[in-house]
Write a protein that binds this ligand. Structure first.
Ligand SMILES: *[C@@H]1O[C@H](CO)[C@@H](O)[C@H](O)[C@H]1NC(C)=O
Ligand SMILES: *[C@@H]1O[C@H](CO)[C@@H](O)[C@H](O)[C@H]1NC(C)=O
Ligand SMILES: *[C@@H]1O[C@H](CO)[C@@H](O)[C@H](O)[C@H]1NC(C)=O
Length: 224
């Protein structure tokens, strides 16, 4: 009798979980809310107003930019010190983690990286990334043909990394993803994919799972 109460609770909570899942899936089809895409838009509008070409937003390169961030393992202090992941990581870890075909990797012609303890929205991130004559030169470089951007907080929280990678590869034959879809690489957001992604609150999914888990536990403890 008492355990059947617990099953009733479990059933209701599962129902709630399914509803939450349903709503998170329906909102995932809206791709307007992606800060990495918004940063690419700011970059392209700045480039075109300075007579440089608009760059192709390559999802494979965007995913690799997110992997690039993860190579720092949340170590904000290592940004800017000329410390960067070894070039071999592109072939060895970044490409396989994203599902990018290694044979389609193209040269990286520029990289911009920033790290902040509070979340800077895309326009602000742009100003933080472009903080010197050197980074301005990278931004306006005529050699780039495509770009990938990513933002991530370590495990969905502070510190927040922004990364932009530029390449001179051909738009549709470099950083190729099978069927055009990158492997799931959360937490974090990257440009070029049709993904709804909020840089500041990518932890909400995990939070809901936790809340439901706690409710189930409480329900069972109370009943028994
Ligand atoms: C482009 O970005 C640079 C660096 O932030 C800035 O100085 C310049 O005013 C921007 N150009 C336009 C047209 O907004
Ligand atoms: C652009 O490419 C040319 C030819 O490959 C090279 O000589 C030049 O240094 C590059 N410019 C920059 C800013 O990297
Ligand atoms: C690459 O893009 C061009 C034009 O955008 C198109 O004609 C060509 O078929 C594409 N190639 C592949 C392999 O998708």
């Amino acid at each position: 009798m008492e355990s059947s109460y617990c099953f009733l609770h479990l059933f209701l909570l599962l129902l709630l979980l399914l509803l939450l899942l349903f709503f998170s899936l329906t909102s995932a089809t809206d791709s307007k809310n992606n800060p990495a895409d918004q940063l690419v838009a700011v970059i392209n509008s700045n480039r075109t107003s300075h007579k440089s070409s608009s760059l192709f937003d390559n999802a494979g390169l965007g995913c690799i930019a997110l992997q690039y961030i993860k190579a720092y393992q949340g170590q904000c202090g290592e940004v800017g010190d000329n410390k960067k992941p070894p070039d071999s990581s592109f072939v060895d870890t970044f490409a396989p983690n994203c599902g990018v075909e290694a044979s389609t990797l193209a040269p990286i012609t520029g990289r911009l990286l920033a790290c902040q303890s509070t979340y800077p929205p895309p326009e602000e991130a742009f100003n933080i990334l472009i903080d010197s004559a050197k980074s301005l030169q990278i931004l306006h470089d005529k050699n780039h043909t495509e770009v990938g951007a990513a933002v991530s907080g370590t495990d969905g929280g502070s510190p927040y990394f922004w990364c932009v990678l530029f390449s001179n590869g051909k738009a549709n034959s470099s950083f190729v993803l099978p069927n055009g879809v990158a492997k799931t690489v959360r937490p974090g957001c990257f440009s070029g994919n049709d993904d709804d992604c909020s840089g500041a609150s990518s932890l909400s999914g995990g939070l809901w799972t936790m809340i439901v888990g706690v409710l189930v536990a409480v329900a069972c403890v109370v009943v028994f």
